[in-house]
Design a protein around this ligand. Structure first.
Ligand code: NI
Length: 168
C-alpha cells in the first residue's frame, strides 16, 4: 500500500526510531509499503519514520531509471566504518522542492539485517554511501537540512515558511 510521506516541518520526522526486535508480519508489511511508496514517489531512498513508523528500517534503490531495480532493504542498520569526504547535492522526499550540498563520508561500511533476518554487510561508495548515511540519519530524526550551515539553514527555513504560506 502506498503510504503518505510526511514532510518538513512535521515533528514525527524529528523522533528517534526504535530497533526492530522481531521481523514480524507487520514489519514485512512495513517493508512492502515502504518499497511501494519509494518507487511510486519516485525516490532513491525511504526510511520508515518518513511514513510515520518509528522503527529502524530503510529502503534504498539508486539504480538508474533504465536499469533493473536493485532494492536494498536494511533493518537496524549501523555504520561500522566510514572514511573519505564528499560534498554532493541531496534532496529528500520529506523536504520537497529543495536541494543542497551536504558533507558526508564518501565510503561507509554498513551492517544490517535483511528482510529474512540475515546479517548483511554493504561496502558502499559514492551515491550509495550517501544514501545509507541520509537514510540512517532519518532513523535518528535528522534531515539533510540539519547538516547545513546556520546561514543556509535559516535561508531554507525562510523559504519553507514562505512556501507554507505564512509569508514571514
Ligand atoms: Ni530523506
Amino acid at each position: 500500500m502506498i503510504r503518505t510521506i510526511l514532510t518538513y516541518p512535521n515533528l514525527e520526522l524529528k523522533k528517534k526510531s526504535a530497533p526492530v526486535t522481531v521481523i514480524s508480519d507487520s514489519v514485512r508489511e512495513l517493508i512492502r509499503d515502504m518499497t511501494e511508496t519509494m518507487y511510486d514517489a519516485p525516490g532513491v531512498g525511504l526510511a520508515a519514520p518518513q511514513i510515520g513508523v518509528h522503527q529502524r528500517v530503510i529502503a534504498i534503490d539508486i539504480s538508474p531509471k533504465d536499469q533493473p531495480p536493485e532494492l536494498i532493504v536494511a533493518i537496524n542498520p549501523i555504520i561500522v566504518d566510514a572514511e573519505g569526504e564528499s560534498y554532493e547535492e541531496e534532496g529528500c522526499l520529506s523536504v520537497p522542492k529543495y536541494a543542497a550540498n551536504v558533507r558526508r563520508h564518501s565510503r561507509v561500511v554498513v551492517k544490517a539485517l535483511d528482510p529474512e533476518g540475515i546479517e548483511r554487510t554493504w561496502e558502499a561508495d559514492d551515491l550509495l554511501a550517501i544514501a545509507f548515511q541520509h537514510e540512517i540519519d532519518h532513523l535518528d530524526g535528522i534531515l539533510f537540512v540539519d547538516h547545513l550551515s546556520v546561514l543556509k539553514r535559516e535561508l531554507f527555513q525562510r523559504k519553507a515558511r514562505k512556501a507554507a504560506g505564512d509569508g514571514k
